[in-house]
Design a protein around this ligand. Structure first.
Ligand code: PXP
Length: 241
């Protein structure tokens, strides 16, 4: 089965927030991404509300026809928001105020009890839970123990590798983590730093069901339209597998 493409529209909101106005609207962008063939829409509601706002999440819940994935820190505030909005999937991510983007995976092993509690509350609320983790066996195994259904493997090290040797080593870790996770009965997604040049080898991994891509698609969309940016990414994913 081909991996699905879910598009993160945070940075449409980043452009809007640059002027503090109403345009461009990430809700409109999400609808256009769906029309172009995206299978899901992702937003990260950050504690500091630097891009996506509460209003966006609520409106997206109304209009998204595929599936809505809410990335969130495992805080009481965000759990409350998720239970109110009811996204199809909640992805738990680590969050640091000063970071430009999510820098590493969630240390599930280091906070297993808290993670398991949040997974339980969200799951009982009818939301599937995904944990965004580094592709290392300990994190995959800890994720399974929390009761989460999905793990999203962090592809940042792969995407940022400066040499081919490092890139291949990072890819191998993603492949091994995907195989381990699937073997444990987890569903596997992958994302972070994927772009038109590097998506192929990750799309090929048979266990990967979904690719979560934001910055590169939004960056291209500012030049060639969301429709074309999404379709071109889909073409690459489909050509790979
Ligand atoms: N997955 C997760 C959990 C993320 O936090 C992000 C970044 O918001 C992405 C995927 C998408 O990363 P990028 O914008 O680099 O494509």
């Amino acid at each position: 089965m081909r991996p699905r493409l879910a598009v993160n529209v945070d940075h449409i909101a980043t452009i809007r927030q640059a002027r503090g106005g109403a345009e461009p609207d990430p809700v409109a962008a999400a609808m256009l991404a769906e029309v172009a063939g995206a299978s899901g829409v992702i937003v990260h509601l950050r504690e500091d509300r630097r891009h996506i706002q509460d209003r966006d999440v609520r409106l997206l819940r109304e209009v998204v026809k595929t599936h809505l994935n809410l990335e969130m820190a495992a805080t009481d505030e965000m759990v409350k928001m998720a239970l109110e909005v009811l996204p199809d999937v909640a992805t738990l991510v680590p969050e640091r105020r000063q970071e430009l983007t999510t820098e590493g995976g969630l240390d599930v092993g280091g906070q297993e009890e808290r993670a398991a509690e949040v997974v339980r509350v969200l799951t009982e609320g009818g939301i599937k839970v995904s944990l965004f983790i580094d592709p290392v066996p300990e994190q995959v195994e800890a994720s399974k123990r929390t009761g989460a259904q999905i793990v999203e493997l962090h592809t940042g090290t792969y995407a940022d590798a400066r040499t081919e040797t490092d890139r291949q080593a990072a890819l191998l870790k993603i492949m091994e983590a995907a195989r381990l996770g699937r073997g444990l009965g987890l569903r596997i997604a992958a994302g972070h730093g994927l772009n038109y040049q590097n998506v192929g080898p990750v799309a090929v991994i048979p266990e990967v069901e979904e690719l979560n891509i934001g910055h590169s698609i939004v960056a291209r969309a500012t030049l060639v339209s969301i429709d074309r940016a999404v379709r071109e990414m889909l073409d690459l994913i489909h050509a790979a597998r």
